[in-house]
Design a protein around this ligand. Structure first.
Ligand SMILES: [Cu+2]
Length: 256
């Protein structure tokens, strides 16, 4: 009888200790979560943090498999590099350096490429900044001044005409002062949802979402990759950051 009592008492004491340590763990976890939230709110934009994680972690490692490149997996030529020390004024000047094999037609917002080896400089920024920089007009679907845009050889979200099987060296530079961007190429056209996952159907090339430029330091993030279109037809270049393609951050590619 006495033994039974001692065992019961010990068990009860154990339960109390277990409950106390569980409570301690929960409180500790809550404190950590609160600290993380406070850091997020004061330190940096939470969406950017999540998109950055999606970009650098999910897209890069899952899709690109490190340095091999998604284009390589898909039969393109692959290879990708992230450079975070591109000078902002150099990048702005690059958009007006039209290569000899590229012809820009502002009247119908089109850039025609006539080479089988193409360098495609793509800048990302706010739509109003794109207008100020190029003095060109965005397409109607991207004319909301609070939206975002691509600038390619002095035009805003132009239609690109590219020969089939041409090797396309994409030099993507994020010139935005506050938003993350990327550029992917896909056979799926608009409309796009807030999370533009439909673009994964017919995907041609993929890259991480990269950080905005640092204007006080004068530098921007650049990401280079190489791709190719094996079939003629209509494709699209779009930004995968949540909401951007939905608001018009995309353009058409005609492969012929
Ligand atoms: Cu974007």
């Amino acid at each position: 009888m006495a033994g039974d009592f001692i065992t019961k008492h010990a068990k009860r004491k154990n339960t109390i200790i277990n409950a106390t340590s569980l409570l301690l763990v929960v409180v500790l976890l809550l404190v950590v979560i609160i600290i993380l939230l406070v850091l997020n709110v004061s330190g940096f934009n939470m969406m950017n943090g999540i998109a950055g994680m999606m970009g650098a972690g999910m897209f890069s490692s899952m899709m690109n498999g490190g340095s091999g490149g998604y284009a390589g997996m898909m039969g393109g030529t692959g290879g990708s590099v992230l450079n975070t020390r591109i000078n902002i004024s150099t990048a702005e000047a690059d958009t007006n350096k039209l290569p000899s094999y590229a012809h820009a037609y502002p009247d119908n917002n089109t850039v025609l490429f006539t080479s089988s080896n193409i360098t495609l400089v793509i800048l990302a920024m706010g739509a109003q900044r794109a207008i100020n920089l190029t003095r060109a007009q965005p397409p109607l679907y991207d004319s909301n001044s609070s939206g975002n845009a691509f600038v390619i050889y002095g035009l805003i979200d132009p239609t690109l005409i590219i020969p089939r099987d041409a090797i396309v060296h994409v030099e993507f530079i994020n010139l935005d002062s506050s938003e993350y961007h990327n550029v992917i190429m896909t056979a799926t056209g608009p409309p796009y949802q807030y999370m533009p996952m439909s673009a994964m159907n017919g995907i041609v090339s993929m890259m991480p979402i990269i950080p905005h430029a640092n204007y006080s330091g004068g530098s921007a993030s650049e990401y280079n990759y190489t791709t190719a279109f094996a079939n003629t037809g209509t494709y699209w270049y779009i930004c995968m950051y949540p909401g951007h393609a939905q608001m018009g951050m995309y353009g058409k590619i005609i492969v012929e």
